[in-house]
Write a protein that binds this ligand. Sequence first.
Ligand code: MN
Length: 481
Amino acid sequence: MGLETYRNKRDALRTPEPMPPPGPLPSGNDDTFVIQEHHARALHWDFRLERGGVLVSWAVPKGLPLDPRTNHLAKHTEDHPLDYAGFAGAIPAGEYGGGSVLLWDRGRYDCEKWSDREVKVVLHGARISGRYVLFRTGPSGSQDWMVHRMDPPPEPTWQPLPELVRPMLATPADGPPGDDTAWGFEFKWDGVRAIVYIEGGRPRVLSRNERDVTGSYPELRALADAQGARQIVLDGEIVAMDEAGRPSFGRLQERMHVTRPAAVRRLATTVPVTYLIFDLLHVDGSSTLALGYAERRALLESLDLAGPSWTLAPSFAGGGAAVLQASREAGLEGIVAKRLDSPYLPGRRSEHWLKVKNLRQQEVVVGGWKPGTGRRARTFGSLLLGVPNADGGLAYVGHVGTGFSDAALEVLQPRLDALAADHSPFAPEVPREHARGAHWVRPELVGEVAYGELTRDGRLRHPTWRGVRADKEPAQVRHER
Ligand code: MN
């Protein structure tokens, strides 16, 4: 053991980290530990045990686990000098470990076992206490270790971060509910729903159809980093703004289908997104699903969540008609009314949440297309649309030929070609005059249209294409009215 590696990696003139002179170090009692939260290129927690005159150190990307059922990776790093135990501050960008260091916890420890492949300790800290074992997983000398909690979780009722909480859904309504005092009101945002799971400073983002879209929205990494060791599950909407600062589903289309990291990074600067947070589903070992909406909202507000790419969506107690009016004047999609005493009901479309829309919109499943003419001769001219019926058939609801940007045409045509089918997916069948010259496709592509009104036989009058809904499965599409 020695500090050469520590010294070689640092320039004493450029970093405020402690830089002890060479030579023997003062020796303590081998009974103190420190955990530093290090916001470097990747957030991690540096776990250091005083031993033989130095701090033996591991970088733990997700921090020490609080639950014995989950082991965390720990990377054995170079020994640090004893006075590093008091260090907190900024390491200049570009230097080794550049970023900020916070003292997360410090305390005494008892050593139960110490070998070059296993270290068993009992921690007595202010934030963390309990029996832990670190064990090497790689060959001798390897830096790959794991850390395991041997005690039960610190709180007997402590719950791990849930794998999946399905979003609660709202029932369509024609207007806000009458009794204002029992309801809270939010604006309805024209984006994509996203549940964000944060643990160990890292996000996992799931869309409505439970697709992992974390890679498409790198903006949310900073949200997770800012939470430090806090464990939370958030519900909200990812939106892209237009020039007027209004959420634009059309702009978001440019982000929704991109997963290649380089392309995502480029788009994040030209078409940035914002995560509008409106609910809290879990925090630090406790589910909040059973709490009323008003209580969850108060907890959410206490978390102080605001940053460059995320903010709380406003919520109003009462005043539904005024909120709806304001949403119209601001050109927003509508409002959502939420009963103040309603628990969060995962995956349920409940009467406790009501959505009132300013625009008529309908999600649709594409079942076929007809060739275009003139300028659109190379692509489709219109799409044949359906909505699944209760009996499982795809009911024809009309065709749409407007609202497609050039980019949308370019993206959609190959997808239609890939879905080509011999037979019509519609049941009952498309009327003959609409079916003539149609190319059929497997009913897998979900989109959204705006429309003027419904005809008496349930067709969409004057529909306009709004975009692909990659966040929805065909089975999730339903008649809005
Ligand atoms: Mn570090």
